[in-house]
Design a binder for this molecule. Structure first.
Ligand code: ATP
Ligand code: MG
Length: 318
């Protein structure tokens, strides 16, 4: 952590949720929100809340939806100096309704919101120039402005001895799109740590089979792979051949959104605070599991004390 903050790039949104399950938004509904959201924002908030030095390059509107996010990130200790506040464009938003089967319907306002204005401002350059770690979200590959930022940030962070992590959170369909595949390859080639969820491991590695896919990532210079397995926990693989399986905590899932981002934020924060992989993995599992017990994408992000209490009080699967 001494080298400088963990920095990520991408969308900040509010999420507004239908309180009753069902399909779509075609009649008046009871809604709950705005909740601070956006995958990179959830990641960086959990990182900061756990005591990691953290900052984000993003854009919001000069409105209450933007302020809800800025206040939360600042309260939890994240550096928001590189969050552009647009006087003209509204903060991005996502309306979400869970269906009975757990799938979700959305109404998005992201592509034409302030979230699309993320760019290489002087503040962003300054934050990258003092960053000790860059966390890349796979969703950023398909967004032109975001890729330009990453092309700037990767060599800057690398040149000062910083490390890089990648959450390849992308779907097969996205990979076929434009330059997504070659951008993904480029970041894998720079990454120390990759944090895929389920099949994203095979997409990222371009190889089927868990062991083979992990080996393929190590061949490209990755040093740790942490595989997220939802309610089945997670597994750490080290390039020296080590493996640690972490069984999931047994919790009542209220809202699964944000689990993977809290997991990643906690893992990176703990590693950068000097913990060995086993301990970081335990905190990451706790952060993901705790977050699904609370309504709202980052409402369950925990401090070190909250996660210690959660770990002590929550049983784990055999
Ligand atoms: P998201 O669903 O937010 O995109 P993801 O698919 O990247 O996340 P998940 O595997 O769903 O990531 O969740 C990350 C971690 O959080 C899991 O590896 C696990 O440790 C924990 N977790 C998630 N859901 C549950 C659950 N229902 N019970 C216990 N732990 C959970
Ligand atoms: Mg998931």
């Amino acid at each position: 952590d001494a080298l400088g903050p963990t920095v990520t790039v991408g969308e900040i949104l509010v999420e507004i949720m239908a309180t009753a399950r069902g399909e779509g938004f075609l009649e008046p509904l009871d809604l709950r929100g705005p909740f601070p959201s956006g995958a990179p924002a959830i990641f960086i908030d959990q990182c900061a809340r756990l005591g990691g030095s953290a900052g984000i390059v993003a854009a919001v509107g000069d409105d209450d939806f933007g302020r809800v996010n800025l206040r939360r990130l600042e309260r939890d200790g994240a550096d928001t100096s590189a969050v552009l506040v647009s006087p003209d464009w509204p903060t991005g938003s996502a309306f979400v309704r869970y269906r009975d089967d757990g799938s979700r319907d959305f109404v998005f306002n992201i592509a034409k919101s302030a979230a699309s204005l993320v760019s290489l401002t002087e503040e962003a350059k300054a934050l990258f120039a003092r960053a000790g770690h860059l966390h890349v979200m796979g969703t950023a590959f398909a967004i032109p402005g975001l890729w330009a930022l990453l092309e700037h940030a990767l060599p800057v962070v690398r040149a000062r001895g910083g490390s890089v992590s990648l959450d390849p959170n992308l779907r097969k369909e996205l990979l076929a799109h434009g330059q997504t595949r070659e951008r993904l390859e480029l970041v894998i080639g720079q990454a120390d740590l990759v944090l895929p969820s389920g099949d994203e491991l095979f997409l990222a590695a371009g190889v089927e089979g868990e062991e083979a896919a992990v080996a393929a990532l190590f061949e490209r210079g990755v040093r740790e792979v942490v595989l997220k397995r939802g309610e089945r926990g997670s597994t750490w693989f080290g390039d020296g051949g080590g493996r640690v399986d972490c069984p999931a905590f047994v919790v009542a899932e209220v809202d699964p959104t944000g689990a993977g981002d809290c997991f990643g934020g906690a893992y990176v924060a703990c590693r950068r605070l000097g913990m060995p992989p086993e301990s970081a993995l335990l905190y990451a599992n706790a952060a993901g599991a705790r977050n699904v017990t609370v309504l709202g994408p980052m409402e369950g992000a925990g401090t070190r004390g909250e996660l210690d209490a959660f770990i002590a009080a929550t049983p784990r699967r055999a």
